[in-house]
Design a protein around this ligand. Structure first.
Ligand code: MRU
Length: 353
């Protein structure tokens, strides 16, 4: 299985995705700043993976701390947590992971500093292991929507590389194939950073999934020809009304899917659902350097001095989404609120294929 990140010998080992598919190389992080830099520069990316990386970064820093008591320990960890939170603003997984660590520390404040250090490592590793299990569950629920012989379009990379393993959007495809169904994938190249062309194709080919690469602007024409049966994408933050932030271009795919009668699914672990926000308008959208647009693989393609807008994500309104596939089942986007606020049993709201 492709491992985007692991805790190994008191280091954080990150597969450097900025070098894929040409080179499979790893960064051995010995300092939390290396982890934060890897997140910022997309060496590790994808909402669940950066949540795991941030948690491991905090655990890494904790190992070298000499603190007299809990208060001193927390005072040293505070700026590290803030650094992780400042790396990328759209994915809610980093905040989710940081809250989880803070709660753990608070609940064990009387255990002693050495015990807290160990607990942080265990928790970061648990976040990673749980993510893989969650993805498998998403795969099982999602596979119900994939018929034998289906062609699935995906945007960006919400695969093993973007998670602890197995992926979110790719999980239903992998499970459907394990069930003996024939499935083909069409991967949008995903400008500007080309996560589709560089990463999704690479990891699907490694897993033996038939995959075809297209330019982003081909999706509509292919849907019109009837060449795409369904779309499955990931999400960086899904909010209470079912609006979803994901890689820039996702909104266009969703609108095209609606226009062409193609079902549009979002694979969303609960770790990427932000129940504190009521609508997608409130999601902070990361803006990234102009060079990502003016250059392709280090080569300038636009004139010097041209103005650039480079929003890394967009928001797809809930009305374009057929279902949100989580580890607890697939739900209509508007039902997320009921799940969170009324404590309704998921089985009452679960969608059937
Ligand atoms: O900028 P990136 O590469 O981190 O964007 C990633 C995505 O948009 C993914 O679809 C999302 O994080 C979900 S990953 C399971």
């Amino acid at each position: 299985m492709i491992k985007s990140i692991e805790w190994a010998d008191d280091r954080v080992r990150i597969l450097d995705q900025s070098r894929l598919p040409h080179e499979v190389s790893y960064i051995e992080c010995t300092d939390y700043r290396m982890v934060a830099d890897a997140i910022k520069t997309l060496k590790i990316r994808g909402a669940p993976a950066i949540g795991i990386a941030a948690a491991m970064g905090v655990a890494l820093h904790a190992q070298g701390l000499k603190a007299a008591d809990y208060e001193e320990f927390m005072a040293s960890l505070g700026p590290v947590i803030d650094t992780m939170l400042s790396t990328r603003p759209t994915a809610v997984n980093i905040r989710w992971a940081m809250e989880r660590l803070k709660t753990l520390l608070d609940e064990n404040r009387h255990e002693g500093i050495e015990a807290l250090k160990r607990l942080l490592v265990d928790e970061a590793e648990a976040i990673l292991a749980e993510d893989i299990a969650v993805n498998r569950a998403i795969g099982t629920w999602g596979a119900e929507f994939i018929r034998d012989g289906a062609t699935v379009l995906t945007h960006c990379n919400a695969g093993a590389l973007a998670t602890g393993g197995y992926g979110t959007a790719t999980a239903p495809i992998l499970v459907a194939m394990e069930q003996g169904k024939e499935v083909r994938v069409i991967a949008d190249e995903t400008r500007p950073v080309l996560q589709g062309a560089r990463l999704t194709t690479w990891e699907l080919m490694q897993s033996g999934v038939p995959v075809t690469l297209i330019t982003d602007n081909s999706a509509g024409a292919l849907m019109r020809k009837g060449a795409i049966d369904l779309c499955i994408v990931g999400t960086d933050r899904t909010v209470r009304n079912g609006d979803v932030a994901n890689k820039i271009g996702t909104y266009s795919v969703a609108v095209l899917a609606r226009e062409n009668g193609v079902p549009f699914y979002v694979a969303a672990p609960f770790s990427s659902i932000d129940f504190t926000l009521s609508s997608g308008e409130e999601i902070p959208i990361e803006e990234r350097p102009a060079e990502e647009v003016t250059h392709v693989c280090g080569c300038r393609i636009a004139p010097e001095g041209v103005g650039v807008v480079n929003m890394a994500f967009d928001v797809t309104p809930a009305r374009y989404i057929t279902a949100i596939i989580t580890e607890k089942g697939a739900f209509r986007p508007e039902d997320l609120k009921k799940l969170a606020e009324t404590g309704t049993d998921p089985s009452e709201l679960r969608l059937k294929s």
